[in-house]
Design a binder for this molecule. Sequence first.
Ligand code: AMP
Length: 521
Amino acid sequence: MNIGSTLTQAAAAHPDHIAVIHGDTRLSYRALNERANRLASQLRAQGIRPGDRVGILQRNGPELLESLFATFKAGAAAVPINARSHPKEYAYILEDSGSRAIVFGEDFAAGLDTVRHTLPDLDLLIGIGAGTGWSMPYEDLLADGDPANADSDCAPHDLAWLFYTSGTTGKPKGAMNCHANLQFMSDHYPREVYRLGPDDVVLHPGPLTHGSGLWSIPITSGAGTHLIPTGTSFDPNEIFELIEKHRVTKIAFIAPTMITMLLNAPDIDRYDLSSLRFLGYGGAPMYVEDLKRAIRQWGPILCQVYGQGESPMTVSLLTREDHTLSGDPRTERRLASAGRVREDIELAILDEADQPVKAGEIGEIAIRGDVVMRGYWNKPEATADVFKGGWYHTGDLGTRDADGYVFLLDRKKEMIISGGANVYPRELEEVLLLHPGVLEVAVIGIPDRLWGESVMAVVRPRTGASPTEAELLALCRDHLAGYKKPRFIRFQEDLPKNGYGKILKRELKQTILAETPETAT
Ligand code: AMP
């Protein structure tokens, strides 16, 4: 087995079909496969052996797909790195993974040059675009490579993708996804997510180093066309223009914050988006008020996934059919959920003693099944900790209703304990977002000598709006028990986010405490 053979097979079945569009570049499946084969043969020729790790540090582009599939084909393990990382962050990932090679985009040459001397294992550096003097030119290597198929024969449990966690609650860890995990994900995709064929044009506004890249495998398996934006940052107008121009049928995967940006774009109604049948999102909470706006705007084309690098794409799904505004409170309540657990995965909600909680009670979400990673790279203790009792513990708190819908609260580490009572930030965030003047909000716990922690809401107002503290507290009084209301409300223009659009609450808390230490009592 080799997950890279997905591309080999797509090229055999649909050689002339367009695989990738990126600006003026168009590659057929034959061309994409041959380029991936050329790179795979060169990785081998340069000494990369099965199991070696290959870093991929690039913005979205055809080369990123080529590097990913070439690494699989060579039997090595891909280490895709978030393109918005700081050089210190990617140096950490390259070092931790012991990457022996890296395929990088020219934008990263200067940063990589400052850290490459600290990475003794990294002896093959392949640079796309302008040369550096210390790296091998990507196109030259491809020109001398072998275009024939020679996919390595891998065992199901061989490492394929070392997925570094987003690091929202600590240093990133490498989740070991093997060929069998990715094959499971890819095989189940058409049944559970979206039936996909060569007629599909799939847009990748999100990073191919994250969810979009994982789903590039089933999209390739169905011989869909990957449409990759050329912009260096998320631009709603570019997205709308591409959908209209290429009659996009599917948006692979974007973060909820990107959906909010699309909804707030002044030109949203100027474009014809009628070709769009599917919009995948997830990776962070999607708040109900924003979701309702999205459904009113685009209809039932949205599909939410809840997953982690540790259980790639995905644990549960809120399907397109679930995204309806029926007016029936029982079904509309589900819009606050992350849907139902996917096929062939067992999900349990466990208490502190690892026993299942009673129906409707809150506990830690734990899963078992073929999509779950093998463990964390070089971290046996962290691995043993998350796999205790044979279940993989997600670190997310949630509940499940009688119909099987899973409601996520927060990361366990982000739950606030104030005066012995648990406060779930997500619950409060949903309420504060009901205020029309609130664009984004993050609820965090601030150290409090008397109560242990006290609740702070950090609010980003909409442009031109000025919600007041009194209005927000009144909203909380109307919807929540008194002990949950924030003790502090702070307004600020922006909230820190990681490269995948997730709000970094740990960083936010540190900054606030450093700026205003008196907040903590
Ligand atoms: P990552 O491994 O970067 O994809 O991060 C996974 C974490 O993102 C999960 O453990 C959740 O805390 C969060 N997450 C993923 N999907 C969702 C979702 N649909 N709703 C809320 N949070 C999510």
